[in-house]
Ligand binder design. Structure first.
Ligand SMILES: [Zn+2]
Length: 276
């Protein structure tokens, strides 16, 4: 079984508040919301506590701010990046106390900055370890999920993300649109998607398949990979083949729709998945 939902507040939510987002989603028969802290963690602890009761039946996750770079040259930037992820985790932890499925914290780990990729991997691994230690000591119960990223300058191709997750004992966020964009459109058919799922199982075991966190969107790419997100129907990204691979493989977890049409495209994904 898969949960389907949106990255951020659905477009039709009026007024556009997080509290109302939960009601919009339930009304549309969707059941996941990824809080989009892309420009900063804009919900405080008190606000999150008030939201919990409105989140019934909705799986709540969060996306940490975009300007994170765990491979930054400046120490302050690393500390700030770590802090963004911890702040995001603290909010999800509040939802986690209410339901165990609310635990996913998605983030883009950082940029290569033209450095040796193995060295970048080592630095990012070390910094995520620091975050995991902090979460453990402070009993903040979340799952950190490094995401497969869409631009070739960003750390986080599939192999790096899987190996990082395996080494740290965490799980990834698999953004299939990013993988497609990063491959310049090559990874876009049933077999390629199925192979990715096999790779996930081979590195992370059944847990990687039965507790998957997925991003889907239409997307446009250029020589550097991801350019911008698009509505599903305006992109060549073969989301139908992906849905079929997810179904055939028996993947369980949550699919977050990141297209500009948010809930409308999330519904397309859900319905087409159910009709398979
Ligand atoms: Zn992301």
């Amino acid at each position: 079984m898969l949960n389907f939902g949106t990255a951020g507040i659905p477009l039709s939510t009026k007024p556009r508040t997080t509290k109302n987002a939960f009601y919009t989603l339930r009304k549309m028969d969707l059941n996941a919301l990824e809080l989009a802290f892309v420009h900063g963690v804009n919900i405080k602890e008190k606000g999150a506590k008030e939201l919990v009761e409105h989140a019934r039946k909705i799986v709540v996750s969060a996306h940490a701010p975009y300007y994170i770079n765990l491979n930054a040259k400046e120490k302050e930037k690393i500390e700030r990046s770590i802090n963004h992820i911890i702040k995001t985790a603290e909010i999800i932890h509040i939802f986690n106390r209410y339901s165990d499925v609310n635990r996913n914290v998605v983030f883009h780990p950082g940029y290569y900055l033209k450095m040796d990729k193995k060295e970048v991997y080592r630095i990012i691994l070390k910094n995520i370890k620091r975050i995991l230690d902090y979460l453990k000591v402070n009993r903040i119960n979340v799952m950190l999920r490094p995401e497969t990223t869409g631009r070739v300058t960003q750390f986080g191709d599939l192999d790096e993300t899987l190996s990082l997750s395996q080494e740290l004992g965490i799980l990834p966020c698999i953004d299939f649109a990013h993988i497609y964009a990063r491959s310049m459109g090559k990874i876009n058919d049933y077999n390629s998607f199925y192979n990715i799922l096999e790779k996930v199982e081979n590195t992370l075991g059944k847990e990687g398949i039965y507790d998957m966190h997925i991003h889907i969107s239409g997307i446009e790419y250029g020589r550097g990979g991801e350019k911008n997100h698009l509505p599903l129907k305006e992109s060549k990204f073969n989301y139908r083949a992906l849905l079929k691979a997810l179904k055939d493989y028996g993947v369980k977890g949550t699919v977050i729709c990141e297209s500009p049409r948010l809930e409308y495209d999330a519904l397309i994904l859900k319905r087409e998945y159910q009709d398979l």
